[in-house]
Design a protein around this ligand. Structure first.
Ligand code: MEV
Length: 438
């Protein structure tokens, strides 16, 4: 049984590696070797990574690929995607190519409002708290002015602060619910700094407010934090074409293809088991670009899934219809992103990815990422309603299986050719590899 360790964060990287490999791995030398293999050769880059987080041992690489041919509002993009799942980039590229010849993707930002809240307890009358809030509100703005000045210069800042009475759900619970515009920044630090200032102002002003009894003066701040639920920071991306151009498969007429896609979307709208997988496929595309551009995919994930159940039941993020002979397929989702600040300015590869995307503003990035999600869903649903998902999936997964089985380059070449016309299963690949070796 390993003993707890104190002062671990103060050890050097080598000491941390020594400790963890001695206590938790079977073969210390081999483990150290694996960790060191993933160190960056460039010591400046490695130091940068070491300092992103605490207790860094090494780097966990994800492949970074590119999906070309995305026509978005008339501009052609190649989209960088960081993802380990074999078929994602192939699927994105296939969709991009399909829609390239059909007018491409059209996108629109619907809103860019961010949210933060000060959660507090107040024991007293709501009428008095409301009057106090009217007195307090200008002070909330003036006392946070030094924090907001540079954001205001960039066209952002605090949009509004309202008092919310939540006592019907939780005794004595109120909120300062604030909305923000953060321009090209994701804005988490800006919003949290403002909120902590609001909390300090609220606490201080309540103590000296003449209209309050002694009990009412004692406002208790529980916490101040931004919300990753951003239902008014949303983007829409759409593709459309005459139904007869939806010629995805030789086995299905374009009309039947359109109807099957619409049916598949309807199922994902009313059936949560399907909706979760449907949206997971969308997030394959979204997360890959969010990661490649140095954004916070956990924040995006949390916000997107909350949005997907905003009407009380978890549902599809995409929609489809036939309108006057035109097949329309679209996505609407919240995306709180930044193209300045955080990792975006620090990580050379992230900067390069942003350059490949033509240095987008946060609003432009919202549109590109929504397109990546829509393209991914179109590819997934198209496969599902025609050949099924496994054919394409296993084709892309074949190299993983061969690598896992230790196939040489020559063996890989032969087996990739063999499996172009044969069904891929792990067992079958193993059999064929053994047959080749014997
Ligand atoms: C796999 O990562 C994603 C899919 O399951 C998505 C879907 O079913 O729509 C193929």
């Amino acid at each position: 049984m390993t003993e707890p360790i104190s002062g671990f964060s103060k050890l050097t990287k080598e000491e941390k590696i020594d400790w963890v490999t001695s206590h938790y791995t079977q073969n210390k030398e081999q483990s150290i070797n694996i960790l060191q293999t993933y160190w960056n050769q460039n010591s400046n880059i490695q130091r940068l990574h070491d300092e992103f987080i605490e207790n860094t041992l090494t780097n966990l690489y994800l492949p970074l690929g590119i999906a070309p041919n995305f026509l978005i509002n008339g501009n052609l993009y190649a989209i960088p995607m960081a993802i380990e799942e074999s078929s994602v980039i192939a699927a994105a590229s296939k969709s991009a190519k399909f829609w390239l010849k059909r007018g491409g993707f059209k996108t629109e930002v619907l809103g860019t409002e961010k949210v933060g809240q000060v959660h507090f307890l107040f024991k007293g009358s709501f009428e008095k708290l409301s009057s106090f809030f009217t007195y307090l509100k200008p002070k909330l703005f003036s006392e946070s002015a030094s924090l907001t000045i540079s954001m205001e210069k960039r066209g952002g800042g605090i949009s509004d602060i309202v008092l919310k009475n939540k006592t019907a759900a939780l005794k004595n619970y109120y909120q300062l619910h604030a909305t923000f515009q953060t321009k090209n920044a994701m804005g988490a630090n800006f919003i949290n700094s403002c909120l902590e200032q609001f909390a300090a102002t609220l606490k201080k002003e309540a103590v000296s407010y003449h209209g309050f009894s002694e009990k009412e003066k004692n406002v208790e701040i529980i916490m101040s934090i931004l919300s990753n639920y951003v239902p008014n920071c949303t983007v829409r991306a759409q593709v459309s074409c005459p139904v007869e151009e939806l010629n995805l498969s030789s086995d299905l007429s374009p009309q039947h293809t359109a109807e099957k896609i619409i049916q598949a979307i309807k199922i994902a709208q009313i059936e949560p088991y399907r909706a979760v997988t449907h949206n997971k496929g969308i997030m394959n595309g979204i997360d890959a670009v969010v990661l490649a551009t140095g954004n916070d995919f956990r924040a995006v994930e949390a916000g997107v899934h909350a949005y997907a159940c905003r009407n009380g039941q978890y549902s599809s993020l995409t929609h489809a219809e036939i309108d006057n002979g035109i097949f329309k397929f679209w996505i609407e989702l919240p995306l709180a992103l930044g193209t300045v600040g955080g990792l975006t300015n620090l990580h050379p590869l992230v900067q390069l990815n942003l350059e490949i995307l033509q240095n987008p503003s946060a609003e432009e990035l919202m549109q590109i990422i929504a397109v990546a999600g829509l393209a991914q869903n179109f590819a997934a649903v198209s496969s599902l309603i025609t050949t099924g998902i496994q054919k394409g999936h296993m084709k892309m997964h074949l190299l993983n299986i061969l690598n896992q089985l230790g196939a040489s380059d020559i063996e890989k070449g032969k087996l990739v050719t063999h499996f172009k016309t044969n069904t891929i299963t792990h067992h079958e690949v193993e059999l064929q590899l053994n047959a080749l070796r014997n």
